[in-house]
Ligand binder design. Sequence first.
Ligand code: GDP
Length: 433
Amino acid sequence: MAAAEVARQGEGCRTVPLSGHVGFDSLPDQLVNKSVNHGFCFNILCVGETGLGKSTLMDTLFNTKFEGDPASHSQPGVQLKSNTYDLQESNVNLKLTIVSTVGFGDQINKEDSYKPIVEFIDAQFEAYLQEELKIKRVLHNYHDTRIHACLYFIAPTGHSLKSLDLVTMKKLDSKVNIIPIIAKSDAISKSELTKFKIKITSELVSNGVQIYQFPTDDESVAEINGTMNAHLPFAVIGSTEELKIGNKMMKARQYPWGTVQVENETHCDFVKLREMLIRVNMEDLREQTHTRHYELYRRCKLEEMGFKDTDPDSKPFSLQETYEAKRNEFLGELQKKEEAMRQMFVQRVKEKEAELKEAEKELHEKFDRLKKLHQDEKKKLEDKKKSLDDEVNAFKQRKTAAELLQSQAQQAGGSQTLKRDKERKNNPWLCTE
Ligand code: GDP
């Protein structure tokens, strides 16, 4: 027995030769047929300032006119506009979603311009994760909206990257495959373009921005991808206008001094971009999105939720155990919160009771004060009444005495008059008063 076979047997697997055709060599074809029947989806995010030619480039790339009016420069903030189209080429169906940043770079304060983009990308990952976590998942029918490629449009300034570009790319590089492109590259001369590309590349490296590298691990595309990686960032021109050049109709832009051909590789890198993005690496972009960017999002999200693969002793954690642990932790926290709320409630009640007692005491004091005041007043009035009564009595007594005196006086007065009349009669010389 060969050594390799022994080793495989040791692993519980043995190689046996087939004596005739069985048919499982058609497995790749089965996969292809299934995929073709099912259709594909591809989602592109175009990030760049308004007017850099994002819509025009999309129309040029897919050889069609997608809907949409030109955006204005007066947007108060950055918004993401998403449109999905069903495309067909030969017998292959493609659900293409194009997302564009409306208003990017139009505000005076651009500090938070990257946020809506990051939130949008995360929202698509979250939607996929939620679908994955469902008990009844329908991932085979699910419209995957995760962004597979981010075309980052750089203005053809010929200088260096704007800080807005660096900040935005840095924030996005762990979430999406970034393919930087120099937009409207007909606005820059050939020598300036070479220097500009070198400058951009060195700035990206020095700022640690990870851009998408076309994969070189697959032999069939390693060479072309390796060469194309060296051409990044691609300098592109967009136009849907067809002009007759020689005896051929070509997509081009016409200027007073001549014509720029979009698909001429000596004029720009449009063909390189189309080859790399659509013809060679579309599947790798989809795969990278799932295995690298989504995986990272999923891992962080699950860790945030408390899921781990191993416990502190490096033993594997089961989902059930993690769930139980998280549940207990949650219940403990809930109990703590409940207790704290109860304590707070008791404390509040005590405080309120003390407040009420204080108010009651104040009321009592006030009542006592008023009562005393009232008693004093009453006593004063009673004293006054008593003295008035005394005065009335004294007056009455004096009155009675006066009346008595008066009547006595009257009586006495009457007898004296009689006596004097008698005396006058007896003595006529006695004068009267
Ligand atoms: P968006 O706001 O980024 O979507 O930009 P548009 O695609 O609406 O293009 C804005 C203007 O730039 C239009 O007038 C286009 O004709 C023009 N444009 C688009 N691509 C190019 C290009 O490669 N070179 C030049 N010179 N102009 C372009």
